[in-house]
Design a binder for this molecule. Structure first.
Ligand SMILES: [Zn+2]
Length: 267
């Protein structure tokens, strides 16, 4: 390993991977094993430069977002897996409240929010590692050939069926380095209810990781408004660290999402 490579690796931290790591996640090839359950008899294992247009039945099933199709329950072994073969656990709102409350009691609120963000970040990173490989196989096409909007919807669907809510992204200010996400029915905020504070740190970390991989640069995220602050949905900004730090500070000073967005657009 060269001296430069060592220097680059030491700059890396779990929630701030090097650009090289982000590029590697993006460049991994198709994982055909992960789509074994979606495979139809006419399916091949060849990556194309465009999504193959098929008359009639597609080679891989794409519309599997109902409970019956998405989950595979082995009652004898007590094992629940999803359609990609990943092990799952279904939990109640009480579980969420207990888990978050226990974390708070154990380490205090400030550290708990940081831990949740970091967990969300790792979740997003791991999710992208499997998603980038799986989506290439499912659609039989190289990652680069899929449009970002298509990739994003494809990435989010499993989160909707697994109960993490619905979303809408807004890239209209991407030239200014500002990506926005609106989240409806946040599993965290809906469990906790209105407590007058933002609580969706898992999501903020996850968005930071996912958009870092998609853009192959380090981004952070902060929630600007939350269902748990009495709003009807949650809103996040994903951007460079300095912008996200500023947005977090403004929120702590009582700025609304609208105020924050206005300030960020002239930063
Ligand atoms: Zn929220």
């Amino acid at each position: 390993m060269s001296r430069t490579a060592i220097a680059a690796d030491t700059d890396e931290s779990p929630d701030k991977p090097s650009v090289k790591t982000l590029q590697m996640i993006w460049k991994e090839g198709a994982d055909w094993k992960s789509v074994e359950l979606l495979k139809r008899p006419n399916a091949g294992v060849v990556l194309n430069t465009a999504i193959p247009s098929v008359n009639g039945l597609q080679a891989y099933e794409h519309n599997y977002y109902t409970n019956e199709q998405f989950y595979r329950h082995d009652e004898k072994r007590g094992v629940l897996k999803n359609v990609y073969g990943q092990r799952c656990m279904r939990v109640s709102e009480d579980f969420m409240i207990a888990m978050l409350g226990a974390l708070d009691d154990e380490v205090g609120q400030a550290a708990a929010t940081e831990i949740m963000y970091k967990c969300g970040y790792q979740w997003g990173l791991e999710d992208m590692k499997t998603f980038c490989r799986r989506s290439q196989a499912e659609f039989e096409v190289e990652l680069e050939k899929m449009r970002v909007g298509f990739l994003l919807e494809e990435w989010w669907w499993p989160l909707t069926i697994t109960g993490w809510g619905t979303w809408r992204y807004d890239f209209r200010q991407k030239e200014k380095g500002l990506l926005y996400v609106e989240l409806y029915e946040s599993a965290v905020a809906k469990s906790i209810g209105d407590i007058g504070a933002a609580v969706c740190y898992f999501y903020a970390g996850m968005f930071a990781a996912v958009f870092s991989v998609l853009s192959r640069r380090n981004l952070a995220s902060v929630e600007m408004q939350c269902y748990s602050m009495g709003e009807d949905h949650c809103r996040f900004v994903i951007a460079d660290y300095d912008k996200v730090d500023a947005a977090g500070f403004w929120r702590s000073q009582g700025a609304t999402a609208k105020d924050i967005m206005k300030k960020l657009s002239v930063m």
